[in-house]
Each structure stands twice: as structure tokens, then as C-alpha cells.
Design a protein around this ligand. Structure first.
Ligand SMILES: Nc1ncnc2c1ncn2[C@@H]1O[C@H](COP(=O)(O)OP(=O)(O)OP(=O)(O)O)[C@@H](O)[C@H]1O
Ligand SMILES: [Mg+2]
Length: 583
């Protein structure tokens, strides 16, 4: 038989169970000196109903109170004095059951306590050799291929913290922590680990272009794309991503173009609908796609000409009606003026070029399949981790752009036959920017939210999951967060944000949130179904580090002079809306 992972001598006991409720227990400590070594979140073993069983608990609170007690005199053992003595207790939350032997298996651990601890049972602090064997056991219970090594346990640096890769990505995960707590590094680490697999499939929504280093140099493991900025419109490269307007469905388009407070909004929406449908039909005829023509809708992603749309709308806007005695005011006459002008403004604005000024190739019928297969799959000879840089997308349309892309990928995944689908994860960095709490969302954001919420609710069935990353969990859609099954909670200082995490956790574990503000950079509480017990871990630093732009303010003020020339250049970039170096 294999050696038992947990071995205790009777004299190792630190105390006895004094009180129990459904998920918690209080241990009355008999060896007070141990208490100084016990931190919050440490592991305790409670002797179970048989010799072979231990209930495993996490420490939640240590208390010392003073009480009067009769203490045996050291001078005369027969005499005792009334003295004030410390009385220590430890509150723990039960997380699992460990058995040295279970049927034919040895050293098994399962979540949840099968029995309540019994009063007066001995308790032991899991440390040293016991801790190492126990922690390794948690990782070892996973098949090698499913192991996702995240770092090591804070309580014992020699034990690797391993998560179940399948479970971690299967049902959405969230990485939450204040700014500078190490989220982007954690994302880079996850990507790096995934990239070791043969066919990883992840798309990263990179808001600041900070993951670029992952696709550069000899060790690069990611493919990088960027949404076209004003500088890319004329001569886009292979990595430039366009999201032509015709990919947007009716509601997405209208959320950008329609002013709902305008009395003519219903007319404008209905003419828009009518003409877009007709123009899409015209494209289908030209492409000889007669099959699609039978069933397509106004929302189907079919290229059409925007200038023709403007012409049609203008014609409506000017057309006179015919009365009995001559021309009368037309049905839509002058009702579309403001809609047309908003549309024209968007078309001319170079910042929206990635949407309204796509290159001719992105107007072709076959283009969409090529584009989507690069993102949903791998381009020939390319890599499976795909990073999309959104840093040049204007903030007012960021939600639409991320939403359209997510919806498009999801829709294609949805229509693919189950046996052909490869699972894919969308990593949403800075999610508070485009996945806001619904009540705070404007029309544009609501559209995007809808797409992501659908993935959060139904994506698992179609092999699509989300990793939501945010520094402001309290500003992120509750629907999406509450669908997440795994959490990496890094340092979090804000009360409102901590409260969100607390609500997302099972009741019994909410005490753990109290250490969130105390975590070091790169330290996290990992919890969820991908790990057997919630643990405090130190994440490994990734090999290729994201460009997090942490500046040494004090040092730089001591060494570096501001560069007037560079400021002048930046002013010109601001005017041209083009970063130097991008063409
Ligand atoms: N696992 C780690 N080990 C050591 N240092 C780390 C670790 N993770 C992060 N750091 C340090 O913290 C800095 C900030 O990390 P990171 O950019 O990941 O923060 P962030 O949470 O993404 O912040 P923001 O919300 O502003 O994007 C890094 O530049 C690095 O110096
Ligand atoms: Mg970051």
C-alpha cells in the first residue's frame, strides 16, 4: 500500500472540536503555541469517524480570549492558583474529506464533508511533509494531460498549484483584482500554458495592445491581429482586422445610428431595414446565392454597398408624394435627414474606418469565411492563441465592436456541426469597459452585452467559453460573472468589488474574501470546480511578459527629462489619429 499522505501522532493534536454547525466548526486549541503559526486559509485535518478518514477544513478565524482558571502551581503540584489564562479557538470551514484507504484506492480526496465532525475529535495542523504530500495529491489526482500548473501554494512553496484545465476553461472563469495586482500576467501565464498543447484555441480581446510581446520573438506563441486604426485604412497588412458594417445586425447598426428620441426614429428604422434587406438580396443575386436567398434575413452577414444605401435613403428623403391635384409631401420626405447625416458622419470618420471604410476585399462574399476561419481556427502555419488589439478603436463603439466579433464567432460556432467544433475561449481583458452592469449600459453597450451574456449562458453547449478579466468587478455584468465557475481573485482593495466576489462565492467560503486586500502582487485565491480546495497561490510569472507599462515614477523623475520633441510628435499623432510607426 502507498504511504498515507496524512500522518499524525496523537501528540500532534492542536485541539479538539468544540462546536459544529452545517459547514463550520470551532476548535478549542490545546496547544497555544501552534496558533502563532496558523494563518487564515491554512489547512486543518479533523479526525473522522474512522481511523482512515479526516475531514479537511480551512481556517477562517483565530481568536484568543482571556478567562479565569485554576492553574496548577509550579512550586507545589498539589496546589492550584486562580490565574488569567488565554483560551484560544479557531473557526474553520469544512471543505472536503480525505481517506487514506477507500475501497481499492489509497489517498483519496473529495469535495464536501460526508459527515459532520464529532465533538471532541482531535484536530491537526497540516504542515511540513503532510502538507506537501497532501497538496501534491490534489494535483496528482488529475490526469497529466489535464493539469494546468498555475504556480505554487503560498503555505508551501515547494508544492505546485495545479488546476484541472478542462474544468477551468469549460464553464467560464474570471480573473479579478485591483489595478497592478497581476491580472495581465496571469492571463499571459494561462495563454502560455495553453500554447504548450498541440492545438490551443483562444482569442484574446486586448484593449491596450499589452499582449503584443506574446507574438514577438523566437518564443512567440501567439498570432497577433489589430483592429484597423485610421493609419491602416489605405494599406492594411495581413494582421489588420476589419469589421465591415455589413456584419452588424439591424439592432447593432441602429444602436449606433438611430437617435431614439427623434420623432422620426421609427420611420428611419423602417426605411433602413427595407433598403438593407433589398441591397443584401441584390448582392445574393449577383453572387448567384439563390439558396441563401430563400431564407436570409436583414441580419444575415451579406455584403452590400453603403453608398447605395445612402442614395436610397436620400431618394426616400426627397421623394414627393402624388396627390390628386399634383405633388404632395412624400411619405418619408425630410424625415430621414438626421439619420442620413449621422450615417454620413460615421462613414467619413476615419476612426470608424475599420467598420465603414473596409478595403474592397473585405466587401467580397467569400471574405467572411476566410476571416472567421483565421479567428475561430488557425491560419495556415499560424498559432492557436490569437490576440486582437483593440487599442485604436474609439471608446464609444468599443462595446459594439467587441460584441459583434463575439457574436459572429459564436454564431459560426453555433451553426457548425457538433462533431466538427473545436472548443474556443474568448479572453475578455478590461471587461468593465464593454461588459458593464446592465442598468448602467447605453443602447450600444446593451447590444454588446446581449452577445456576451448569450455566450455566458449557452456557450458551454457549443464549445465556447469566456475568461472575464477586470479590475472593477462591481462594474461588470452580474449575469456574466455569476455564470463563471472558476475564479482567480487577486489583490482587491475596494469594498464594493470585494462584496461582489463575496456574493459569487459559496456562503461557507465568504470568509476568505477578507484576505483579498492583503494579497501580494501575483498572489491569488483560486477557487471553483477546477481546483479541489480554494487555495492561496502565488502565480508563476509568464516567460513572455505583457507590456503592462508599470512605470517607476520616482526613479524616472530622478533620471529622465521629459522630451519636448516627443510631445510635439504626439500632438501631431493626436491630430492625424495615427500612431508613429503604424502606416
Ligand atoms: N506573478 C507575478 N509575479 C511577480 N510579479 C508580478 C506577477 N504578476 C504581476 N507582477 C508585477 O505586477 C505588475 C503589474 O501586473 P499586471 O500588468 O499583470 O497587472 P494588472 O492587474 O493587469 O493591472 P491593470 O488592471 O492595470 O491592467 C507587473 O508589471 C509585474 O511587475
Ligand atoms: Mg492588465
Amino acid at each position: 500500500m502507498k504511504e498515507a499522505a496524512l500522518q499524525f501522532d496523537p501528540q500532534d493534536s492542536i485541539g479538539k472540536i468544540a462546536a459544529v454547525d452545517t459547514s463550520r466548526a470551532v476548535i478549542s486549541i490545546t496547544r497555544s503555541n501552534v496558533l502563532t503559526r496558523v494563518g487564515i486559509g491554512n489547512l486543518i485535518a479533523i479526525r473522522g469517524t474512522t481511523e482512515r478518514e479526516f475531514l479537511i477544513a480551512l481556517t477562517e478565524r483565530a481568536t484568543r480570549s482571556l478567562k479565569d482558571d485554576l492553574v496548577q502551581s509550579e512550586i507545589d503540584p498539589l496546589e492550584s492558583n486562580l490565574e488569567i489564562v488565554p483560551s484560544d479557538s479557531l473557526r474553520v470551514v469544512l471543505v472536503g474529506t480525505f481517506r487514506t484507504v477507500e475501497g481499492s484506492k489509497t489517498n483519496t480526496f473529495k469535495r464536501g464533508a460526508d459527515n459532520f465532525p464529532q465533538i471532541d475529535r482531535d484536530c491537526y495542523f497540516i504542515e511540513g511533509g503532510n502538507l506537501q504530500r497532501f497538496m501534491n495529491l490534489l494535483g496528482a489526482s488529475l490526469p497529466e494531460a489535464e493539469r494546468l500548473v498555475l504556480g505554487h501554494f503560498v503555505v508551501d512553496r515547494s508544492a505546485a498549484a495545479i488546476a484541472n484545465g478542462d474544468k477551468f476553461f469549460q464553464r467560464h472563469a474570471a480573473i479579478l483584482g485591483s489595478t497592478g495586482s497581476g491580472k495581465s500576467w496571469a492571463v499571459a501565464l494561462l495563454l502560455e500554458r495553453a500554447a504548450k498543447l498541440k492545438h490551443p484555441n483562444l482569442v484574446v480581446f486586448d484593449m491596450h495592445g499589452e499582449y503584443r510581446p506574446l507574438s514577438q520573438g523566437a518564443e512567440a506563441f501567439a498570432e497577433s491581429y489589430h483592429v484597423a486604426g485610421p493609419g491602416d485604412i489605405k494599406s492594411p497588412s495581413d494582421a489588420t482586422l476589419f469589421l465591415p458594417y455589413w456584419l452588424l445586425n439591424r439592432e447593432e447598426m441602429l444602436s449606433m445610428l438611430l437617435d431614439r428620441s427623434d420623432a422620426n426614429a421609427p420611420n428611419q428604422a423602417s426605411r433602413f431595414h427595407h433598403h438593407v434587406k433589398a441591397l443584401k438580396e441584390k448582392s445574393l443575386v449577383r453572387e448567384k446565392q439563390f439558396g441563401v436567398m430563400q431564407t436570409f434575413t436583414v441580419d444575415s452577414p451579406i455584403p452590400y454597398s453603403l453608398s447605395e444605401l445612402v442614395l436610397e435613403l436620400k431618394a426616400d428623403n426627397m421623394r414627393k408624394g402624388e396627390g390628386k391635384t399634383g405633388p404632395v409631401k412624400g411619405e418619408w420626405e425630410d424625415k430621414l435627414t438626421r439619420f442620413i447625416s449621422r450615417l454620413e458622419t460615421k462613414i467619413e470618420d476615419r476612426r470608424y474606418g475599420f467598420m465603414f471604410q473596409p478595403p474592397p476585399i473585405a466587401q467580397e462574399y467569400a471574405w467572411l469565411a476566410t476571416q472567421v476561419s483565421q479567428l475561430l481556427g488557425t491560419k495556415p502555419g499560424g498559432k492557436g492563441v490569437k490576440i486582437i488589439d483593440f487599442s485604436e478603436v474609439p471608446s464609444d463603439v468599443l462595446p459594439v465592436v467587441t460584441g459583434v466579433l463575439a457574436r459572429l464567432l459564436y454564431d459560426v460556432q453555433f451553426w457548425m456541426s457538433g462533431s466538427d467544433r473545436t472548443p474556443i475561449t474568448l479572453v475578455c481583458d478590461e471587461a468593465h469597459l464593454y461588459l458593464p452592469v446592465r442598468d448602467d449600459a447605453d443602447a450600444v453597450q446593451k447590444q454588446a452585452l446581449g452577445s456576451f451574456e448569450r455566450i455566458a449562458k449557452e456557450g458551454r453547449k457549443y464549445g465556447m467559453s469566456l475568461v472575464v478579466v477586470s479590475q472593477r468587478p462591481s462594474d461588470v455584468s452580474r449575469t456574466i460573472l455569476s455564470q463563471c465557475n472558476n475564479f482567480l481573485a487577486l489583490r482587491l482593495t475596494n469594498d464594493a468589488d470585494q462584496a461582489v466576489i463575496k456574493r459569487l462565492m459559496p456562503d461557507a467560503l465568504s470568509g476568505i474574501t477578507e484576505i483579498l486586500p492583503l494579497l501580494d502582487v501575483g498572489e491569488a485565491i483560486v477557487l471553483g470546480d477546477a481546483v479541489l480546495i480554494p487555495s492561496r497561490i502565488k502565480l508563476d510569472p509568464p516567460t513572455l511578459k505583457p507590456d503592462s507599462a508599470t512605470r517607476e515614477f520616482w526613479t524616472e523623475w530622478g533620471t529622465r527629462e521629459p522630451n519636448a520633441q516627443a510631445i510635439g510628435n504626439a500632438v501631431e499623432s493626436l491630430r492625424s489619429q495615427t500612431r508613429p510607426g503604424s502606416t
